[in-house]
Write a protein that binds this ligand. Sequence first.
Ligand SMILES: C[S@@+](CC[C@H](N)C(=O)[O-])C[C@H]1O[C@@H](n2cnc3c(N)ncnc32)[C@H](O)[C@@H]1O
Length: 381
Amino acid sequence: MLSLPPIAVAASALPGRWQGPISRSGDPCRRCHSARRLSWSTAVAVASALAAPSVRHVLSRFVGRRSARRQSIALRQLGLTLLRSEGESSTGRSPSEIDVAQADDDGVKPEKPEISRYQRVENLLWEAWRNSERPRPPLKEVLETLAFHKACQKLLGSKALVIDAAGGHGAIALAFRAFGGAERAVVADLYQPRSFANLRAAWMPEDEDTERAVRHERIDISCPGWLKSLLEREGVHAEATAVVAAHACGGLSDELIRECTALSVEFAIMPCCHKKESGRRRDMLRHAVKLLDIPYSVVLDIARLGVIDACPGYKASLRMIDKAISPMNRMLIGTRETSPQTEARADSRRNYVDKLAGKFRTIFSTSRGKHQELQEDSADS
Ligand SMILES: C[S@@+](CC[C@H](N)C(=O)[O-])C[C@H]1O[C@@H](n2cnc3c(N)ncnc32)[C@H](O)[C@@H]1O
């Protein structure tokens, strides 16, 4: 369990805004209760993060490079996540109970918010990761995985099969399985790192048939048709499948979009390495970048969203994870529309063009009328 003095020491060593509200002996906080709790949470979180040597390296990267606001967001996010796992594992109580109970030394009774099922699973995953064998995916990868999952889980829903394309350590596949978003999962990659087996052992209950539930398969996702043959081998329908991919490099993201839309499979892809593009499209995008003065990666991802949206029966969505976790933080999501949604979209398109045509018809008919009047007038005179 976290004890107060080291937290207070660590917190008081922090610059600026963390010092005032967290002082144990200082004036009672005049702000609202939640704000006070937040500052305590921040203090405890930062202290616990600083205390862990494995985290210091990551923190120093954030602290070194980002603006003050981003630093605080990054620190808080990292620390709070760690704190959650700390709280759940050591006491069986929720982290908010712990930080409030420990922080509240001047008699104000805080309310105890319920911990959601989602948070409980997240805490368990953190705990299991902390105790897992090495090599294991580093902290940044776990933060990214959980943020990725949170950002797209509702859109993708629950599937019979989730394919973690270019999945490497397979953390995303394992997270979908752990949160109940996949009956089983396949990590499709050319290479299987040792961290996969260690994370799988940590994140899957011992009594499960782990190899069947989440397995790594050597698949070249740049080969057209790989998804179709995988679905055939698995005996799963396209609509019961989702493809997820974090940091599918360069053109691999486009290949994934093509594979998925060809089969009507839903997907969530977080592209990276945008500059590795080549060919005619790169020239077109570079020209657009120059004219519009916006970053290449933004233009490319928006163009990809347009491609998804133009696929019949697809709905394109953009989601982002915190930039402090990864600067390559845009997620392109393609979900299938229901028939009423497709009809509503077609109707609204038709209504729009009809209205536009109607407007021009009125203008032209009025001006034609006036033109005729003028001609008749001139003929009369
Ligand atoms: C940047 S890593 C991302 C790994 C993981 N998704 C993550 O977020 O950490 C890119 C991954 O793509 C895999 N990869 C590259 N080309 C591939 C291909 N043609 N087929 C399958 N996997 C590929 C690499 O082996 C590597 O694991």
